[in-house]
Every structure is written in structure tokens, then in C-alpha cells.
Design a protein around this ligand. Structure first.
Ligand code: PLP
Length: 367
């Protein structure tokens, strides 16, 4: 007798999880197309790379990899507490903010609980919901922006978690203080609002909601940030959450031991000591954004104004041939179809040189 078909063993909700489709890695495109000199503007990585201080700290830390890392991320937590001006008990560090998103699901979602998300969402939210057999309540974006008023209308007895990417990915839009305050006022006390602020450091809208101030208020709020984007440590996998000490302790309970490597802890700490790297990155991003806006306008392509380091642009035709045409010209972007935007591509803002190469390639593809 052969063993039972795994299809009969698997939890049915797991079959609803769509495998994550990341931006194509450079090596994969080189292998498939046999070309070199490829640029990747597909995963919102920082083109400037990590701080030299972080690289130096990593080089030192590599010598200690014989030992398990500090399970509590004691020093990184202390440095983050100082950086954010919050008590260390409020901080949890994870293997990317993705791990913390999963852990929020593990700790809090019971089968049938409702998770409120937008219809064009960061795919990890969907995955977390299905993993825990929760019910996803999808609310349409309005003008490519989270519609917090419409989301508030969907609150129920079963609402447990609301995932709010601010700025949102893939649209780059953000929500303001007034909207967030009205949303939290309307939110039931048994629900948890998760503000996923992966692009926090890029935001320049003065009305952007500063959500750290809501942690410990009269509603449950978790704020997530990451070292993957402006700090350019995506390959190391490290992010952090800020919550009340009680919620933080629950998240610590479900995480894996030794979730953040010693090399990673060292790099993250060193990055916090180099605010100049963040400033330079913001500047390159702002200049690149202005350049790309001008070029999209020249080409007659509508785009969504962004608060982050990427732009969703409407190429006004099926995005897949454009995506492939760009690939063949050595430029990797993200095709919009994975986000249910079939005529858009999402491009990460690169260096001036990369942006110019992208525009030249795009013009050829559209000709
Ligand atoms: C990039 C991104 C993250 C960061 O993920 P990490 O696991 O920290 O690398 C989280 N949320 C959104 C919306 C993102 O775009």
C-alpha cells in the first residue's frame, strides 16, 4: 500500500496559499537570457547599498558565527529603543517584518477570525490569513489608496487583525493622521491594527500618520518597520515591531529561537549609527522620483504619486509583453499582474543611471 495521498493530509486552508512570486533575481535572468549587466528595479531594494559601518560590523561578526546568536537581540533592541524613544519591552525583532507578520497570525488568529485587508495587498497578509484559516475581508482601494473609512464599515465581532501598509505596496500611497484617528476610534477593542511601515523613512507627506504614538493607547496597535528597505539589508532579513509589552511578549512566545543571526544583529546596530546613509538614500530617491515623474509625463503614462521608493506606472497595455521586453533589455521590474494591475508595472527608483536605462528600455518596448 502506498502512503496516504498528502492531499488528504494537508490542512485545506493551506491549499489556498498562493506561492510567493518575488521579483526575479539577477542571476536567474542572466541564466535564462544569457545576457549580463542586468539591473534590478523589482523589489524596492536600496540602490546605494548598506552603510560602510554595517559592512565593517558584518566582517567582524562573521568571525563569531561558530556561536549561536543572542536569542534576545539585547543590544539591537536597546539601540532601537533609543533610536525610537520607546521602552525596550515594546520591541520585537524578527527575521524581516515578514516573520513578525506571520507571528501576529500565529499568536492571535483563530480559525474563522476575520482579517481586514485591501483588495490589492502585500501578499504576505493573504498568506498569513490562509495559514491560520482566518477569513480575509477584502476592501477595495480608493484612488489606489487604503480606504480606511470603508474598512471601518467592515468591523465585526470576528474582526481580529487589520493589516495597513502605510505607505502601501504596490501603489506607494499613504494615509494621513485624520483618517487613521477616525479608523482607530471606530475599531472594536478586540481587534489589532497592524501598521506595516516598511517605507517609513522615505515618506515626505507632512500629514503622514505617526503611529508610534498610538501604541499603548486605548486600541491595540502594532507598528512594523524594517532594515530591508532604506537600510539596504534585505538579504540579511531583519525587521522589528513596536507594541505594548503584553503583545510584544506574546509575539516573542511564538517566534523561533535564534531567529536573527549575529551578523544581522551587528549590521542592523551599525546601520542605526549612520544617519548619513539614510539621508543620502532619501535624496537619491527624491531626485529619481522627480526624474521618473517627468519622463512618465513625457511618455504620456499615468502613474500613482508615491511616498515610497517605487512607482506604479500604467503602461496602458498588457503589462506582460512590456515586462518581458524590459527583461530582454536587461531591466527587471515587477509586472503588475501579480498585484491584479494587469496594465501596470512597479518600478523601484534606482540611481540616476539605472533610471535612465529603465526609461530608454521602456521607450523601446512601447515603440
Ligand atoms: C518590503 C516590505 C516589507 C518588508 O519585508 P521584510 O520582511 O522586512 O524584508 C514589509 N511590508 C511591505 C508592505 C513591504 O513592501
Amino acid at each position: 500500500m502506498p502512503p496516504t495521498d498528502p492531499q488528504e493530509l494537508i490542512r485545506p486552508n493551506i491549499m489556498r496559499i498562493k506561492p510567493y512570486r518575488p521579483g526575479k533575481p539577477i542571476e536567474e535572468v542572466e541564466r535564462e537570457l544569457g545576457i549580463s549587466g542586468i539591473i534590478k528595479l523589482a523589489s524596492n531594494e536600496n540602490p546605494l547599498g548598506p552603510s560602510p559601518l554595517a559592512i565593517e560590523a558584518m566582517e567582524q561578526a562573521v568571525r563569531e558565527t561558530r556561536l549561536y546568536p543572542d536569542n534576545d537581540c539585547f543590544y539591537l533592541t536597546r539601540d532601537l529603543a533609543e533610536h525610537l524613544q520607546v521602552p525596550p519591552e515594546r520591541i520585537v525583532v524578527g527575521r524581516g517584518s515578514d516573520e513578525i507578520l506571520h507571528n501576529i497570525g500565529l499568536a492571535f488568529l483563530r480559525p474563522g477570525d476575520e482579517v481586514i485587508v485591501p483588495d490589492h495587498m502585500f501578499t504576505v497578509y493573504e498568506c498569513t490569513g490562509h495559514l491560520m484559516d482566518a477569513t480575509l475581508v477584502e476592501v477595495p482601494l480608493k484612488d489606489h489608496t487604503y480606504d480606511l473609512a470603508a474598512m471601518a464599515e467592515r468591523f465585526s465581532e470576528r474582526t481580529k487583525v487589520v493589516f495597513i501598509a502605510n505607505p502601501n505596496n504596490p501603489t506607494g500611497t499613504s494615509v494621513g493622521r485624520g483618517e487613521v484617528e477616525r479608523f482607530l476610534e471606530a475599531m472594536p477593542s478586540h481587534a489589532i491594527a497592524v501598521f506595516d511601515e516598511a517605507y517609513y523613512e522615505y515618506v515626505d507627506d507632512p500629514d503622514y500618520a505617526q503611529t508610534l504614538g498610538y501604541v499603548g493607547g486605548d486600541k491595540h496597535v502594532i507598528v512594523l518597520r524594517t532594515f530591508s528597505k532604506i537600510y539596504a539589508l534585505a538579504g540579511l532579513r531583519v525587521g522589528y515591531g513596536i507594541a505594548t509589552p503584553e503583545i510584544a511578549a506574546h509575539l516573542q512566545r511564538v517566534r523561533e529561537p535564534f531567529n536573527v543571526t549575529n551578523v544581522t544583529q551587528a549590521a542592523a546596530r551599525a546601520s542605526l549609527r549612520d544617519p548619513g546613509q539614510v539621508e543620502r538614500s532619501r535624496k537619491v530617491n527624491a531626485e529619481g522620483k522627480a526624474y521618473l515623474y517627468r519622463e512618465f509625463e513625457r511618455l504620456g503614462l499615468p502613474y500613482v504619486p508615491t511616498q515610497a521608493n517605487f512607482i506604479l506606472v500604467d503602461v496602458k497595455r498588457d503589462c506582460l509583453p512590456v515586462f518581458r521586453g524590459l527583461l530582454e533589455r536587461g531591466v527587471i521590474v515587477r509586472s503588475g499582474d501579480v498585484f491584479d494591475y494587469p496594465t501596470h508595472v512597479r518600478v523601484t527608483i534606482g540611481t540616476q543611471e539605472e533610471n535612465e536605462r529603465f526609461i530608454a528600455a521602456l521607450e523601446q518596448c512601447l515603440a
